[in-house]
Design a protein around this ligand. Sequence first.
Ligand code: ATP
Ligand code: LTN
Length: 331
Amino acid sequence: MKTIYSAIQPSGIMTLGNYIGAVDNWHRMQADANNSCIFALADLHTITVRQEPAQFRKNAMSFYALLLALGLDPKKSIIYFQSHVMEHAYLSWLLNCYTMVGEMNRMTQFKDKSQKHQDNINMGLMDYPVLMAADILLYDTDEVPVGIDQMQHIEICRDIAMRVNSIYGDVFRIPKGVLTKVGAKVMSLQDPTAKMSKSDPNPKAVISVLDEDSVILKKFKSAVTDSETVIRFDPENKPGVSNLLTILSVASGKSIETLEKEFEGLMYGHLKVRTGEAVIEMLKPMKEEYKRLINDEAYLLSCAKDGAERAAAIAEKTLRRFKDAIGYVSL
Ligand code: ATP
Ligand code: LTN
């Protein structure tokens, strides 16, 4: 059995980028009988950026319902809130003592987020990758499916784990990051050279998986392309068109080459509408299931409790192993 671990922050909305780059991939991994999957809502990470309490709670429940609505199965996989398993924060502290300030200082996401939130460059923002390393290492993870923006954090997690192992012997399993083949980076619809991001202030740039159908179509119709007329996959020179082809490929299940042929001689307008329609179709079953689940808080909480208990049972053992290796007195 291979252990698969990943997490998403329940902040703001779930975007089409999150879905294609992350959650859809989790779904495929869950379908493989050789995988044992653990998926978390990284709600400890979320407060590195200030959250309004009522909205935070609402987002967290909404994300949990979305994960189930998107086909993650709380019986097959462990699906839980990070904040419900105390070992994450504990291991994070221990790992801090095996992580260098310089290593954290050069993390791209830390630099970006410090720029964006200059009034709140808190320690958590800097320590974010160490908590993420704790998440992954607690479960003896083999593979971590993520979008490309998280690969640097996986690398640092591996470095920290190898450092610990080089001091104490085999404490941690060394994980590997895995990328989705198509759609590892879905771009903004308004600036196709930037990642589609849930924290983008321009709502036209981002598709929420819960957007109304008419809104989705409208956003695709106004997607930024280029001044040529040829529909060709060329992310360097034609980032907008290439982004639409990537999204359509995922939503329709057709390869990009097939789509290039289908769209020969057609206009950008056709590509935009077809992509919008395919995304609407792709999201339809999930939306109906979401509406049902979000009104059943008791069920969601019982799944989350079960997930937390199963996660804690694994996490406790790993933490104990590390504490024993360090030399803590055990009772
Ligand atoms: P923010 O931009 O505010 O940091 P985010 O949209 O990147 O948020 P995260 O919670 O950081 O969302 O990411 C959750 C998962 O979704 C990660 O695995 C990340 O790599 C993936 N992901 C996020 N945005 C994209 C995107 N545009 N394309 C592909 N994958 C993405
Ligand atoms: N940092 C990730 C979310 C995250 C994560 C993890 C992903 C937190 N812990 C462990 C994989 C494994 C993000 O912002 N996308």
